[in-house]
Design a protein around this ligand. Sequence first.
Ligand code: BGC
Length: 741
Amino acid sequence: MNKAIYFAAAFAFLTNVPLKAQNQYKSNISKMYQGKEINNKFDKEIARLLVQMTLEEKIGMLHGNSMFTTGGVERLGIPELKMADGPLGVREEISRDSWAPAGLTNDFATYYPAAGALAATWNPNLAYTFGNSVGQELRARDKDMLLSPAINIVRTPLGGRTYEYMTEDPFLNKKMTVPMVVGLQDNDVMACVKHFAANNQETNRDFVDVQIDERTLREIYLPAFEAAVKEGKAYSIMGAYNKFRGEYLCENDYMLNKVLRDEWGFKGVVVSDWAAVHTTVKSLKSGLDIEMGTPKPFNEFFLADKLLAAVKAGEISEKEIDLHVERILRTLFQVKAMGANDRVKGSIATEAHYQDAYKIAAESVVLLKNDNNALPLNLNGIKSIAVIGNNATKKNALGGFGAGVKTKREVTPLEGLKNRLPSSVKINYAEGYLERYEEKNTGKLGDITLNGPVTIDKLDDAKVQEAVEAAKNSDIAIVFAGSNRDYETEASDRRSLKLPFAQEELIKKVVEVNPKTILVMVAGAPFDIKDISTKTNALVWSWFNGSEGGNALADVILGNVNPSGKLPWTMPVDIKDSPAHATNSFPGDKTVEYKEGILVGYRWFDTKKVEPLYPFGYGLSYTTFSFEKPTTDKKVYQENEMISVSVSIKNTGKLDGKEVVQVYASKPDSKVSRAAQELKGFQKVLAKAGKSELVTIKIPVKDLAFYNVDTKKWEVEKGKYILHVGNSSRNNNQQISINIH
Ligand code: BGC
């Protein structure tokens, strides 16, 4: 017997688990993702270049010379640094000096699911797939840096960019961020992780001063950024618009110099958000490297002519300028933008990339309710289906303010159903509600504005009539409701959780005439669906779900795909239940104090015993799973050890399915105030119908630490901890007690 088999057999014997299950478990271990450090081997070459550069040429590299490039030095072979937005895929090409589209015909790209969808897969391997796929596209467009991932914590469900961010939980956030960064950077490009940090609202984002206590900052808002730097080795970071403790984040010495560089050892470049810089010498000295911005003559940027004047006036030395130029050159060498001829060439909008988008979308769909097995649709005897709602045909690759993707493929929910349903089933489509906005204070039809869309929440009689007729005359009705990327948008937060455009009224009218109505939400953030969720048997949650979103959704509805998405945030019953609102600390005016402290998301709901509508980590499947009693490899651990939690889960239904095993930890009698529980580990696992899988989740003891503000260190309290194992934050009653010595 070779050594490996011997140990597997011995372990199986000791833990009483059949060897077969052990082997199956092994194939489910999620990979460890570790990025490549920026290499110092280019330093000689960098020094050689620096001595040849004029001060003007150096400064040219520190600010935008177009909307998405910084200056190069052609005579020395230094290229422009070429950037592209962003989280949904490589943004279309815009003009060099304005936001106007460049009007090219070769900048079509794959539209990938929004980050909220990616997080809902709870599958870090898909985060790698996402990064790797979009990294290929970035290279095919000859870019160096993707302004992504966007990983700010979802502090309030009303945040305009909730769909663009991953989650309310710092652990899930970092577990998805690191593989995304590694996948991207494996393609000779830089990830630009944004928006660093404490940028959790759009309201007043240009100036609001965020006050967060140090422990909360460390435990909630920084972990994913820290992991992106330390594990993912992200080559760049974007400074946010707002202020933090009185200083703008692009000139915040504490955040950029002390935390990011001194503590975390960040070696890459800090890029400003667009027009987020307010000073010249101060911003550079505080750790910023590159100023990007919105249209004004590029020489008027703070890090352009003004910087030249500052050097000449002796306010900052050329040596200091060199430091920033060196950093940029080092990353350009690292991603082979110079000094190499074997750089990844990439490919774009290929079938393979559309399939990457499909895989993510298919695992992101969350089944929230499924009474009487309403889903998957049983097509026996079904001759017609009413498809109702503007969201059945609405496209979201472009829209609102902020970065979108120009794509040749965006399969809408209606198209997805048409693609997947047999031709014998007739689809009766009705738009149902109109997406309409009001020009502020005029009552007239208008466009969305930077001040936030004002929706017209009134149904159109003829449209309602059409929808009701379609529902009446069909065997089943599916309403596609929710929001879109005009309504959920950068630059403004939502005013409430209410569904826009009077959709709730429409849904109720449809249900009245056809009790076999299924509700599908297409949205990126929580909505008030309390009432309507009681009216329908089945409730499905989809997202701004990329090029293949409609196909993936149809596959879930029809049972070709067994849903396995889990909510990456808490769906509250009422906005006042959410921590930032319960503490009346959103949105603030000039200042916003995060009064809920560490109790963000489910941490608040669980600690304060507030019942959510749907909890964090929740999502159903078409099959059922039973959890055996979980075990740990030991009962007592030292601080530098690893806790191994094992649980056998059985697929007790008739369909193969994926389940997400989640482990939460709590500390009874802690000397500091703590959340009732915190997510510490998870694993998505495929279990075939009727089969069991042994899942083992490793939790480093150090992950149980809290941040001690007195010692400024992470501290693992000794004593008893309880681990809660289950498949959501509210269905995890299997407990194990362990001790840390
Ligand atoms: C956004 C960034 C984006 C940048 C460039 C800013 O308004 O906050 O996320 O990358 O614009 O489009």
